[in-house]
Design a protein around this ligand. Structure first.
Ligand code: HSE
Length: 455
């Protein structure tokens, strides 16, 4: 069997001269955008520190991109740049291929081709791993090559390495995170400057934090990709991406942010994955968290990932989740780890999916109506006798207990007034049926708003 690391193999011998001294690890890259430029800069500008730590050189021998004329502020030898991805995938000397084009196709095709040719692969492509993870992880296991994807979640935060290596003995119970810097920037700005979503988004776009089309970031899809991949490595299961409940932040108003503050909370877009040993509760949605929680104070473009398990209790990792150099450093970290394996002549040391392939189990996902949570509810109601008692009666008859409540002054010119409440833990099914009933009342002026609370 070709392990790609066999000391007798031609591939291994290529790295060493006859005396056993190491030579150079050859790397190819597809995609020379923001992260690709970061990777090229790191491999050039930090070459000395990499070489001192690795004991070998890492050389970028081919870089493919459709645009090879834009000045990216980094000089590569003229024969390195190519517009042909095949020139990288088929390059006989390249042992590690970095995929940074993003999206599903042709990224998937290039990755699978590289794996098929026995190359180790590194990617930052969470969308691809979330949707087509089964195919990619099983191809990697079959060909006994390495797959690095640290850069796909939380940029520079070493969460994949932590789960796969540092927490190897730990039964992970939950992973929750702020894993989208764009959404976190917008929510932080709305909170700090009391502005609406549109204003905050526009500024994020002007500053280059948000894409021209921000849908994936603000609607929670990017966060869902990341929590799907984390769920796979945390519990040893695959996740049907389309079954994840996903809600974004575009419906969050400055009124919600102000109410959260009054209840001693902040609103964050959280990606949540909890495993009770039977089923996985996986979802992405705006969430209220108490200001005293460390994640409530992770602001701007920063990311944070909170892990709970049976051994260490809680652990929070905070850092830059995006950007050329933070994300590029995660890519290079993966490349160097693979290079170390090559140099040591070992392979398949750490399973890509964190668990041995034969140990991967199908675990059912909980539907959103099966979860329990605490809830913040916002109603817009007529300010007249009996309305509050009708509302609380409906909630009470659904076993929903109110923890605290505030009736705010009329906002704007509408006839209703905001009535907001924090409820004790209740079942989502009960909350949804109570809200359906409440929405029908004549005294209720608009669809009630719900935000889940995590403490
Ligand atoms: N678009 C992501 C974010 C970074 O805003 O955090 C890449 O995963």
């Amino acid at each position: 069997m070709n392990t790609g690391f066999d000391k007798q193999s031609a591939a291994f011998k290529k790295f060493f001269n006859g005396t056993g001294n190491m030579k150079t690890i050859k790397v190819g890259m597809i995609g020379f955008g923001t992260i690709g430029t970061g990777v090229a800069k790191i491999l050039t500008q930090n070459k000395d520190v990499i070489t001192k730590r690795l004991g070998a050189a890492v050389e970028l021998v081919k870089v493919a991109d459709l645009d090879i004329t834009t000045d990216r502020g980094i000089k590569l030898a003229p024969d390195v740049l190519t517009t042909s991805a095949a020139a990288v995938v088929d390059h006989p000397d390249i042992n590690v291929l970095i995929e940074l084009i993003g999206g599903y196709d042709p990224a998937k095709k290039f990755l699978l081709q590289a794996i098929e040719r026995g190359k180790h692969v590194v990617t930052a492509n969470k969308a691809l791993l979330a949707k087509h993870g089964d195919e990619i992880f099983s191809a990697v296991a079959q060909k006994r090559v390495s797959l690095g994807f640290e850069a796909s979640i939380g940029g520079a935060i070493p969460i994949v390495r932590s789960v796969r290596e540092a927490f190897v003995a730990n039964r992970i119970q939950s992973i929750e995170g702020i894993v989208n810097g764009t959404a976190n920037y917008i929510l932080s700005k709305m909170s700090d400057e009391n502005c609406g979503f549109d204003v905050a988004l526009k500024e994020a776009q002007q500053k280059g934090f948000a894409e021209a089309d921000p849908t994936f970031d603000v609607e929670g899809i990017d966060s869902a990709h990341k929590i799907a991949v984390l769920t796979r490595i945390a519990y040893g299961t695959s996740v049907a991406f389309d079954d994840i409940t996903v809600a974004g932040i575009s419906s969050i108003t400055s009124e919600d942010i102000a109410c959260a503050r009054e209840f001693g909370c902040r609103i964050k877009l959280l990606a949540i994955s909890k495993y009770d040993g039977r089923a996985i509760d996986i979802r992405v949605h705006p969430t209220m968290i108490p200001v005293a929680h460390p994640m409530a104070n992770v602001n701007g473009v920063l990311n944070a990932i909170h892990v709970r398990d049976d051994l260490m209790g809680e652990n929070i990792l905070i850092g830059h989740g995006a950007g050329a150099l933070p994300t590029g450093s995660a890519v290079v970290g993966d490349v160097v780890e693979i290079a170390r394996n090559i140099l040591a002549g070992v392979g398949k040391r750490i399973p890509a999916a964190s668990f041995q392939s034969e140990e991967i189990r199908a675990v059912p996902l909980k539907g959103i109506r099966e979860i329990e949570s605490e809830y913040f509810l916002r109603f817009n109601v007529l300010d007249k006798p009996g309305v509050l008692s009708t509302l609380s009666g409906i909630l009470g008859s659904h076993s929903i207990s109110i923890e605290s409540m505030i009736q705010r002054r009329r906002a704007g010119s509408g006839e209703g007034v905001p009535l907001v409440m924090m409820c004790h833990k209740a079942s989502e099914k009960n909350i949804q049926s109570a809200l359906e009933k409440i929405e029908q009342l004549d005294a209720v002026c608009e669809k009630p708003n719900l935000i889940r609370v995590e403490k």
